[in-house]
Design a protein around this ligand. Structure first.
Ligand code: NAD
Length: 416
């Protein structure tokens, strides 16, 4: 199958283990090992210099048993069908774990968005949206931002879809600007959730915020926001990085100042209170919590033996390989899995969709309060299952997600 890839293999192996522990009916697990639908699209885009460049885009829906599928759109030079399929599968487990009425999907375009002008980015986004239009819709499949896509990308997608329909359809995407039906709190939801779950786990380990050194790989939407909230709670964020550089200060970085500096200058360079550090060095710093919040496959069998953290809180999707997971378990390093730790984004996306469908908007306090309630409930459930079944938090989270989908499939029955 064209979606076979190391990342797909990894998520299927995790699923197989969960299915085995749940003693899942093989007739159900056989279906869930594969995506429901995959679309590969070719995108000719007029560049600013007049040339037409041809890009490849993807949209994969892994499962829609519980409701419309949900998942982000990623612009990255390494995007491929195997990665998108794996991420779509993780979205299914995540939505089910969080009790949302959604299945899992993911999309992406293979491109280096840093080299595209704003106009090229807009034409690429609109062409991509048109090409996947037959597969998306507020009751079918609802995209959201992911790596290198943002509120503006979602606004262009919403506009393109709405122009085709002839009326405004705010519920077609989440993570869009407030002006067109976005929700309060969405931009910060994932990072805030990562911080919330990190502190909950730390408390179970007897750690207080003031005693926590935190290192964060990826200083974008998720990493930057998690850093801000953890620093506000009194943690010492000692290092952060992006794809090009990192910065380290054992006494703790002034995160809000650093965020402003990075936004204005486009680099950490010139920020006086810290030393340069590579991504590889950051991952191996002694700290209480390590938060990979960039891309997948960052904690591997190569660096896992050398990590010196007590907790890993997965802000990114799939940052830890299966081999690394085993090493970390043996070493007593607790891993809070992606589908729990970074689920704040999809939870508030769900709130956004509900508000769009009702044309009735909530206050930020309502949104943050409900987010924390759902996260805490999911955390408690996963923690309890992990101790009862004597499995890792990752396996417990997967088992809970998979079990919910499997039960829904069983009662719906096999069509025809
Ligand atoms: P983003 O584009 O805002 O930020 C990504 C950050 O990672 C940037 O600082 C970038 O420079 C850095 N980065 C990219 N490649 C890197 C590399 N090879 N090494 C080190 N750093 C690298 O993206 P984001 O929205 O913050 O997403 C980050 C991760 O979180 C992704 O795995 C994404 O799937 C996951 N996630 C995002 C959301 C969300 O709501 N945005 C929700 C759930 C999960």
């Amino acid at each position: 199958m064209e979606y076979q890839s190391p990342m797909y293999e990894m998520v299927v192996r995790q699923f197989d283990e969960a299915a085995e522990r749940l003693r899942l009916d093989p007739n159900l697990s056989g279906r869930l090992r594969h995506p429901k639908r995959s679309l590969v699209v070719t995108l000719p885009v007029r560049m600013d210099d007049g040339r037409v460049e041809v890009f490849t885009g993807y949209r994969v829906q892994h499962d829609t048993t519980l409701g419309p599928s949900k998942g982000g759109i990623r612009y990255h030079p390494d995007v491929h069908l195997g990665e998108i399929t794996a991420l779509a599968m993780l979205m299914s487990w995540k939505c089910a774990l969080m009790g949302l009425p959604f299945g899992g999907a993911k999309g992406g375009v293979r491109c280096d968005s840093k080299t595209l002008s704003r106009a090229e980015n807009q034409r690429l986004t609109r062409r991509y949206t048109s090409e996947i239009l037959l597969m998306i819709g507020p009751e079918v499949d609802i995209p959201a931002p992911d790596v290198a896509t943002n509120e503006q990308t979602m606004a262009w997608m919403m506009d393109t879809y709405s122009m085709q329909k002839g009326y405004a359809v705010p519920g077609i995407v989440t993570g869009k600007p407030i002006a067109i039906g976005g929700t309060l709190g969405r931009r910060e939801a994932t990072g805030m959730g990562v911080a919330h779950v990190a502190l909950q786990t730390a408390a179970r380990h007897g750690l207080r915020p003031s005693g926590m050194r935190v290192a964060i790989q990826g200083f974008g939407n998720v990493g930057g926001t998690a850093a801000k909230y953890l620093a506000r709670e009194g943690c010492r964020v000692i290092a952060v990085s992006n794809s090009r550089e990192g910065i380290h200060n054992e006494r703790g970085l002034a995160i809000e100042t650093l965020l402003r500096h990075a936004e204005q200058e486009g680099t950490f360079k010139g920020y006086p209170e810290g030393d340069a550090i590579t991504n590889a060095e950051l991952l191996e710093l002694p700290c209480e919590a390590l938060i990979p919040a960039a891309i997948e496959n960052q904690v591997t069998e190569r660096n896992a033996p050398r990590l010196r953290c007590r907790l890993i809180v997965e802000g990114a999707n799939g940052p830890t390989t299966i081999e690394a997971d085993r090493i970390l378990e043996d070493r007593g390093i607790r891993v809070i899995p992606d589908i729990l730790a970074n689920s704040g984004g999809v939870v508030v996306s769900y709130f956004e969709w509900v508000q769009d469908l009702q044309y009735y908007f909530w206050t930020e306090e309502e949104i943050v309060g409900r987010l924390k309630t759902l996260l805490s409930r999911a955390f408690e459930g996963v923690w309890t299952m992990s101790s009862e079944e004597k499995v890792t938090l990752r396996m417990a989270a997967l088992m809970k997600g998979v079990r919910r989908i499997a039960e829904a499939m069983r009662v719906r029955g096999l069509y025809p």
